[in-house]
Write a protein of this length. Structure first.
Length: 254
C-alpha cells in the first residue's frame, strides 16, 4: 500500500489535492483514487475528508518509522549472524588456578578473587581492552593487526580485619604484567584522596623486583596476563552480540 500511495501522490497535481481539501463541491464528488480495492477505499477515505488530513500524515509517518526500524533490525540480525559464523563465543570459565572468576555479564569489567594464607583476601578488578600500542614486525612493516592490546588491572589485598588495603594498579599485556602504582588506601575508595606514592619506575630496582615477587607469590603473574587477554577477547565478542540483541529487542514493535 505504501507504493500505491506514493504513486498516487506523485500523479495527483498539488492544486487538485489542495482544492479537494478546501471543500470544492465538484471535486468532492469525484474520487481521487480507483476504489476497486479495499486498500484504495481506505486511502480515499483518508484523502477525501478534511478532518482526516492529520490522520493521513500520521499514517505515512508510521509507515516510514516502521520501515526505518525494520531496516535497523535487519542490519543487527546480519551482524549477529556474521559474528556467530566467524566463531561462537566460549562459555566463560569460572575458575583460574586459585582464583574464582566473576564474568559480570553486561558490564565492562570482570572480577577475580581468592584467599591467600591465613588471613589475606585478594580481589582483582579487570577492565575490558582499554588501549593498544603498535608492534613492530620483522622487516619494519606494520599492519592494522600489529597492535598489543592493553588491559588495566587493580589488585586489592585485604589483611584480616584491618581497615587498610594495599592496592596495585597494573597494566596487563598479552604476556606480561607491569606495575604502575602501589599505595595504601581505606576500604572505602571514595573517602579522601590518598597519596598514591611515587612513579613505580622511579623506585629502587631491588624494591621493584621485590614487589613483583610479592604479587607473583599470590598468583598475579605473566601467565595470568595471558589468561586475561584470552578471557577478555571472548567477553568482548559475547558483549557485542548481547548488545546487538538487546538493541534489536528494544526496537522491535511490542
Amino acid at each position: 500500500m505504501a507504493l500505491r500511495l506514493s504513486r498516487v501522490l506523485r500523479r495527483s497535481p498539488a492544486r487538485t489535492i489542495l482544492s479537494h481539501f478546501s471543500g470544492s463541491k465538484a471535486l468532492a464528488q469525484q474520487p481521487l483514487l480507483d476504489t476497486s480495492s479495499p486498500d484504495d477505499k481506505n486511502l480515499t477515505f483518508l484523502f477525501s475528508h478534511p478532518n482526516n488530513l492529520c490522520l493521513s500524515r500520521s499514517y505515512i509517518s508510521e509507515m516510514r518509522r516502521s520501515a526505518f526500524e525494520g531496516n535497523i533490525q535487519r542490519l543487527l540480525r546480519n551482524e549477529i549472524q556474521y559474528e556467530l559464523e566467524r566463531s561462537i563465543p566460549d562459555q566463560p570459565v569460572q575458575k583460574y588456578d586459585e582464583f574464582t572468576v566473576d564474568e559480570r555479564p553486561g558490564e565492562q569489567w570482570i572480577r577475580l578473587s581468592r584467599k591467600f594464607g591465613e588471613n589475606e583476601e585478594i580481589k582483582v578488578e579487570v577492565t575490558m581492552f582499554d588501549g593498544a600500542l603498535p608492534v613492530k614486525r620483522k622487516g619494519g612493516v606494520d599492519t592494522d593487526d600489529d597492535v598489543e592490546l592493553h588491559i588495566t588491572m587493580i589488585v586489592d589485598i585485604f589483611k584480616g580485619d584491618g581497615n587498610s588495603v594495599l592496592e596495585f594498579v597494573c597494566s596487563a599485556w598479552s604476556s606480561s604484567i607491569q606495575i604502575q602504582k602501589v599505595f595504601m588506601r581505606g576500604h572505602d575508595r571514595m573517602t579522601g584522596h590518598p597519596y598514591t606514592g611515587p612513579i613505580f619506575k622511579d623506585l629502587d630496582d631491588s624494591l621493584q623486583d621485590s614487589l613483583y615477587d610479592y604479587l607473583e607469590t599470590r598468583g598475579i603473574n605473566d601467565d595470568l596476563a595471558g589468561f586475561l587477554h584470552a578471557y577478555i577477547k571472548n567477553k568482548d565478542k559475547s558483549e557485542f552480540i548481547r548488545w546487538m540483541g538487546n538493541v534489536s529487542d528494544f526496537i522491535r514493535p511490542k
